[in-house]
Structures are given as structure tokens and as C-alpha cells.
Write a new protein. Structure first.
Length: 409
């Protein structure tokens, strides 16, 4: 029997200690314009939910992470003596060794045994040991790729596309559930536009929590407020990395002790909160991506038809509404490590779709992929976790090697 505590309990204990020492991810203001969410060095996929939180808690300036095998393939081997960081997740797939009819191993061109990804009858937990770019040899200094829009411009577009009602004035900052409105001071009252937008998106996170089925209790008693602020602050932390906006607890610093008490009593609550925070982030970021994809789809369709198309205000308002019962123009859906963009709807409900490689194809509602993408559209967190799995499963379940580094729980 293993004497190790589950990872969720280990991380909750570490968070409690970090809060006590004043070094938690909540207490380290993020004012850098050169930050990002943790992402995989090989696939480029960003880690999500609990895995993102675990990696952020390592307090590394470099957002690049990978397994030892990925570092080797990247020609940036892990340094001797480096300590790995454990993440884990549930998966319904695993890699198994391929054998022929005689039971003999089927080899790759490089002489190693071939593996294949198979679906399991029951989900299982997968562990993966990750190393940061700072722990790898010959790794060039990381610099965030420049964006066309500034953080403030991106945040403004998200707020506009969300159709959230924002009431300015006074000194208070909160989401009024009864009014269905974000209450926030005038932009000029903040030290910078970025701080205004960081707070506005925090309140949008509260709105999402209240209106998208994450508020399980449906009221605002003291325990629910502690739980909600934990989730919305994690969401704000993730968004700050995604959008390069500042993150600071501000008036929420009073919740730190309550969070410590909550995590001591219910250690698993931290991972649940991180999962809910990821759902909030996916919902918020979809407003930006939806708009970008609609513009791309319009341009692509206009080029294909040899004409321009200006969308009417009524069409724009309608397209902003997310229909969970069908795929629609502008949807960007992650599925099995790929990203599918619905470009346009043609005759007989046939869709023009583009995958991550740029290939375009027609998709009918009766196709199996249509059902899979519709499920993925309505379960974005599940797809984020699956993308994590695709970057780590083969490493954790397949190849073995001698190492000069350590694995520390």
C-alpha cells in the first residue's frame, strides 16, 4: 500500500503553507507583460485546470514544460539533478505495445517497439513528471510572441462580445446578481487601464460563475462566498497569464485565511476549484475567439465566393448566442489534440470545417465526427484535459530510460 497522499492533498497542503508564508500564487502580484500559462514544449498546448495550477505553483518564470523524453527530442535534455514536478489526470486511453499475430513486437524504424493508443473500459489515473524550461540544457530564453492587440484591447473586446452590462460609478466592485450587472468604478479611478480590465474580467468571472451553472448552492451564504472567491480568483490568475493583465488580490486578501481553513478541512476542494476556474476561463476566452473566428470565416467565405459580405447587426447579435444543440459558424472546438473551426454552413446543413493543419472538408450532421465535435463544444474542460493527456500519456505510459534527475513528491 502506498504511503503517499493523493496529489490533490499534497498540493492543498502546499498551498496552505504558501499562504502562511506569504508566497502563494495569490500573493505574488503578476505585473509582468512577459508571462503566459504553462504550455508543453513539444505540442504547444497549454495546461489547464489543476495541472496549470500545479505548474504555476512552482513559481517559474519560464512557462515551458515537458517530460524528460520531450526535452531529449527537443535537444534540450534535462539537467542533472533536476527535480520533476508531478501532475496527474484521469484518462480513458492508454498506450499499449503492438505485437504481431505471433506475439512478436512490432518495431518502429528506429528499432523501438511500436505503441498504439487504445480506449479503456474504465478511466484510470495517469501520472506525468514534468520539467521546466529553466531545468533544461541549451534552452533559449523565452520571450512571449507579440500580439496584434494590447492586453487592454483584448479585454475590451471580450467585454463587448460578452454583452455584459457594466455600470460605472462609486468605489465598489462586484457583480450584482439581482441587476445582472457588473458594478465597477470609472476607468480613470484605476492606476492603469490594465488594472481596470483585470478587475472587470474578475467580475465577469463572477457573472459566469453565477449564470453558467457553477454556483451549486444558488445562494450567497458565507461558505459559498469563500468557495466562489477561490474559483474566481483562480480564474483571474489564469486570465492574467493568458492576457498579460496584472493580477492582485486587492480587497480579496481577507479570504486567504478562509481558503486555508477550507483546504485543511477539504483538501480536494482546491482541484475542484481549479477545474471550475478553467470552465470560467474557457467561457470568457470564447468571447474573444468567437469574434476572431467569425471574422476569419467571413473573409474565407467572401474569398471563396468572390464577394464581400457585411454582417447585419441582427446577424451579429444572433451569432454571439452559443447554441448547444448544433455546430454553427464561428465555433472553434478542440478534439483529440486537434482544433476544428466551423467556417460556414452550406446547403442541407452541411458545414465547411477547417482543421489545425489548414485542411478544409465538408461535415454532415449524420457524421460521427459531428456528434463528437458537438460533445466537445459543450464540454470544453473535458477537451482541455484531453489535450493535456495527448502531450503526456505516451511519456508516462510508454518509454523508459535511465535518468540523472529526481522525482520528488
Amino acid at each position: 500500500m502506498s504511503t503517499y497522499k493523493p496529489l490533490s492533498e499534497q498540493i492543498a497542503g502546499r498551498m496552505i503553507m504558501d499562504i502562511k508564508n506569504g508566497t502563494s500564487v495569490f500573493q505574488r502580484p503578476n505585473n509582468s507583460l512577459n508571462s503566459d500559462l504553462p504550455f508543453n514544449i513539444e505540442s504547444g498546448h497549454k495546461y489547464a485546470g489543476p495541472s496549470a495550477l500545479v505548474l504555476l505553483m512552482q513559481k517559474r518564470d519560464d512557462p515551458r514544460w515537458g517530460t524528460s523524453n520531450q526535452a531529449n527530442r527537443n535537444h534540450t535534455a534535462v539537467m542533472k539533478g533536476a527535480t520533476g514536478t508531478l501532475i496527474n489526470f484521469m484518462t480513458q486511453f492508454e498506450y499499449q505495445k503492438v505485437v504481431d499475430e505471433k506475439g512478436e513486437p512490432v518495431l518502429k524504424e528506429n528499432g523501438k517497439q511500436r505503441t498504439e493508443r487504445v480506449k479503456l473500459d474504465e478511466p484510470k489515473q495517469v501520472d506525468a513528471w514534468m520539467f521546466n524550461g529553466e531545468q533544461m540544457r541549451n534552452m533559449p530564453k523565452w520571450e512571449k510572441e507579440p500580439m496584434e492587440l494590447s492586453p487592454a484591447e483584448r479585454a475590451q473586446l471580450i467585454l463587448e462580445n460578452s454583452k455584459a452590462v457594466i455600470e460605472h460609478g462609486g468605489d465598489d466592485m462586484y457583480y450584482d446578481r439581482d441587476l445582472g450587472a457588473i458594478i465597477i468604478p470609472e476607468k480613470e479611478q484605476f492606476a492603469s487601464p490594465e488594472q481596470y480590465y483585470a478587475e472587470a474580467l474578475h467580475q465577469l468571472a463572477h457573472k459566469t460563475y453565477q449564470t453558467e451553472g457553477l454556483n451549486r448552492d444558488g445562494d450567497l451564504h458565507a461558505g459559498e462566498m469563500v468557495s466562489e472567491e477561490l474559483r474566481t480568483n483562480l480564474a483571474s490568475l489564469f486570465l492574467s497569464k493568458e492576457l498579460n493583465l496584472p493580477y492582485d488580490l486587492n480587497e480579496h486578501v481577507g479570504y486567504l485565511n478562509s481558503w486555508s481553513v477550507l483546504l485543511k478541512e477539504e483538501p480536494g476542494e482546491l482541484f475542484k476549484a481549479a477545474s471550475d476556474a478553467q470552465k470560467i476561463v474557457d467561457h470568457v476566452m470564447a468571447f474573444e475567439k468567437k469574434m476572431e473566428v467569425e471574422q476569419q470565416a467571413e473573409t474565407s467565405e467572401a474569398i471563396e465566393n468572390g464577394q464581400s459580405h457585411e454582417q447585419s447587426p441582427s446577424e451579429t447579435e444572433q451569432s454571439a448566442q452559443r447554441n448547444p444543440n448544433k455546430l454553427e459558424t464561428g465555433d472553434v472546438i478542440r478534439h483529440k489534440g486537434n482544433e476544428f473551426t466551423v467556417l460556414s454552413e452550406q446547403k442541407n446543413k452541411v458545414l465547411k470545417v477547417r482543421d489545425a493543419s489548414g485542411d478544409k472538408f465538408n461535415l454532415k450532421p449524420k457524421d460521427g465526427l459531428y456528434s463528437a465535435l458537438l460533445h466537445a463544444k459543450n464540454n470544453p474542460l473535458e477537451q482541455s484535459q484531453e489535450m493535456e493527456q495527448s502531450t503526456a500519456e505516451e511519456e508516462s505510459l510508454g518509454e523508459e530510460e535511465e535518468t540523472d534527475y529526481t522525482m520528488s513528491r
